[in-house]
Write a protein that binds this ligand. Structure first.
Ligand code: HEM
Length: 564
């Protein structure tokens, strides 16, 4: 029945009555060669793409046009055969057992292309998706053609520790290729990273941290004052994010925003959130990111954010603040940095400092209050500890010794780490392959420790999905509080699996600052207010609305505050 139809199709396609296999072979042959060129060169250069994807099939179409009844048919035939061959080669190789990651399990869509993870990431649910993949496939899952996700605690130090594994290709999409410099976190050369990290280390030395205490005190008091003026229910997410941006602008630029006072007049917060979301898309598919960076309208929010933080840094250069800030070190104003960053490098770091410093601490504290209000006994215990300390509860040194306060913060970081999907590394041709336990990781493989899954692995923490700050207490304190639950001889608390700040030479440089800030913020709010969820607040909607865009985006946490 179909034969006459196919014959008529063939006759309309070709001048001659027989299929011209030369044209077919030519397109298949060149399609296969192009595949090998792509595979060996990994090229994303627009010129190469234009040659391989447009010029070659176009030239072929013209060279065989005499066999077709029109040039249009020649182009359709050659382009479809050429692209079909290219895609088939890619699919067959990526799904084949002779692919270097062929032995690792994972969903077919992930093995085929990173476009799938890019799509998942835009819903903000990649942390949940990866967690489910680990539950289904085990400790090592193939989440991209050349990428693995890891949830085994024993692999944390070999991947992130001092093994000198550089950052992964994931970071290539976050900055335009024509940018004058990249931020510290996205430097893929470990030596360059170590040099650029020096001023940051000085900015977070224990002496420097002491000098930031008055800033933290002033901004936390300002927040408490602002919250005290709200009459109805309060969007705690908004206020704590405003606080965090003002806090960071003091710390980084000696002051640049006044969001708690004036509101978000410049739209900084939504701009940053959008830029993080776009950044994640570009990270999963760096070549696509670079393509969009060349299209100003499409990568607009990321470019705007880079421009905005650069402007803050320029303004900071024009005036010297009265206290030392991060730019005091990045601009080497004290003359203590032997190889200081260039101006372009310092500008690039300004965006990292805002997003890395504000979103992370803010989302932790908002989530902490969410968990506290969902667990009244924990709330009562924390309040009791703070009240017991009276005036000393607002002393930085004392706070570092308050066991329950620190336990609640750590438990929040365990259950809801603010960088849930971690910061990817890669083996390269220079590092060669690596062994992770019994698994061989071949060269040129991207790999990330999925810290959200590690923290929820019952092999590391008993009752992993339960908010249980008591697990962080000393044996003595535990006995007083939860003898039945925590006294069990099989209760697991594997502290070496707890890494919300990552670890190693690229681990979070702001960790100690973050603890100072979070302890003071939580204590001050609890000293000044009684809190409860606002009437009608939907806890499940809030939980479902937590989004992983590398850092976390949160729904409004609506609370009712009563001054104490
Ligand atoms: C709860 C608060 C915070 C958490 C959980 C957190 C977590 C992280 C994580 C997971 C990384 C990736 C490290 C890696 O690549 O291995 C990171 C990097 C970084 N964080 Fe934080 N962070 C927090 C607060 C801060 C603060 C307050 C600052 C201050 C500005 C900051 C500055 C940085 C910087 C500069 C990097 C890049 C470090 C490098 O590449 O050498 N972070 N952070």
């Amino acid at each position: 029945m179909y034969l006459p139809f196919l014959c008529s199709m063939r006759d309309s396609l070709f001048d001659q009555s027989h299929v011209h296999f030369d044209s077919l072979l030519l397109a298949v042959g060149f399609g296969t060669v192009s595949y090998f060129v792509f595979k060996l060169s990994e090229t994303h250069s627009p010129l190469h793409l234009a040659v391989l994807l447009i010029a070659i099939p176009s030239a072929l179409s013209f060279s065989v046009q005499q066999h077709f009844s029109s040039i249009f048919l020649s182009i359709c035939f050659i382009f479809s055969t050429y692209f079909f061959t290219l895609v088939t080669c890619i699919v067959v190789y990526r799904l084949s057992p002779w692919h270097p990651l062929g032995n690792y399990p994972g969903p077919v869509l992930c093995k085929l292309s990173k476009l799938w993870m890019a799509f998942v990431s835009q819903q903000g649910r990649q942390h949940i998706y990866l967690w489910r993949l680990h539950q289904k496939y085990g400790d090592i899952v193939r989440v991209g053609p050349n990428e693995l996700s890891i949830q085994n605690a024993g692999s944390i130090l070999p991947v992130l520790g001092g093994s000198e594994l550089p950052k992964g290709p994931w970071f290539d999409g976050r900055y335009p290729e024509d940018a004058a410099a990249r931020s510290l976190i996205s430097l893929r050369n470990t030596k360059e990273h170590a040099t650029r990290r020096r001023p940051w280390n000085q900015a977070f030395s224990s002496t420097a941290l002491k000098e930031y205490e008055p800033l933290i005190n002033a901004r936390t008091s300002q927040l408490a004052g602002a919250l005290g003026q709200q009459s109805n229910s309060v969007n705690l997410t908004k206020w704590i994010f405003y606080f965090a941006y003002d806090m960071m602008s003091d710390f980084i630029f000696g002051g640049a925003t006044e969001m708690m006072r004036d509101g978000d007049v410049g739209g900084l917060w939504p701009m940053l959130e959008e830029a993080q979301k776009t950044g994640l898309l570009f990270s999963h598919v760096p070549w696509f990111g670079q393509l969009l960076f060349r299209t100003p309208f499409l990568a607009g929010n990321r470019r705007r954010m880079i421009a905005c933080s650069t402007q803050f840094a320029r303004n900071r250069k024009a005036r010297r603040p009265i206290h030392k800030d991060l730019f005091y070190y990045l601009y080497n104003e004290g003359g203590t940095i032997s190889n200081p960053p260039t101006e372009a490098e310092a500008f690039a770091d300004s965006l990292l400092a805002i997003s890395g410093g504000a979103d992370t601490s803010a989302s932790t504290v908002v989530n902490l209050f969410y968990l506290l209000l969902s667990n009244p006994m924990t709330y009562r215990r924390l309040r009791a500890e703070i009240d017991r300390h009276e005036d000393r509860a607002l002393d930085f040194a004392e706070q570092s010794r308050m066991p329950y306060l620190n336990a609640v913060i750590n438990e929040t970081l365990r259950l809801l780490p603010p960088v849930p999907s971690g910061s990817p590394r890669a083996t390269t041709s220079e590092t060669g392959g690596r062994m992770l336990g019994t698994h061989y990781i071949p060269p040129n493989t991207a790999l990330a420790v999925h810290i959200f899954s590690v923290h929820r692995d019952p092999r590391n923490f008993s009752f992993p999905e339960t908010f249980l700050p008591e697990r962080w207490l000393s044996e003595e304190d535990k006995k007083v509080l939860e003898p039945s639950l925590l006294d069990r001889h099989d209760f697991i608390h594997n502290i070496s699996a707890f890494h919300p700040f990552s670890v190693g030479p690229s681990g979070c440089v702001g960790k100690n600052f973050a603890y100072l800030e979070m302890r003071m913020l939580v204590s001050k709010i609890l000293v000044k207010f009684d809190l409860r969820f606002a009437d009608g607040f939907d806890e499940r909607k809030y939980k479902r609305g937590m989004k992983d865009f590398f850092t976390m985006a949160l729904e409004p946490l609506m609370v009712q505050l009563t001054p104490r």
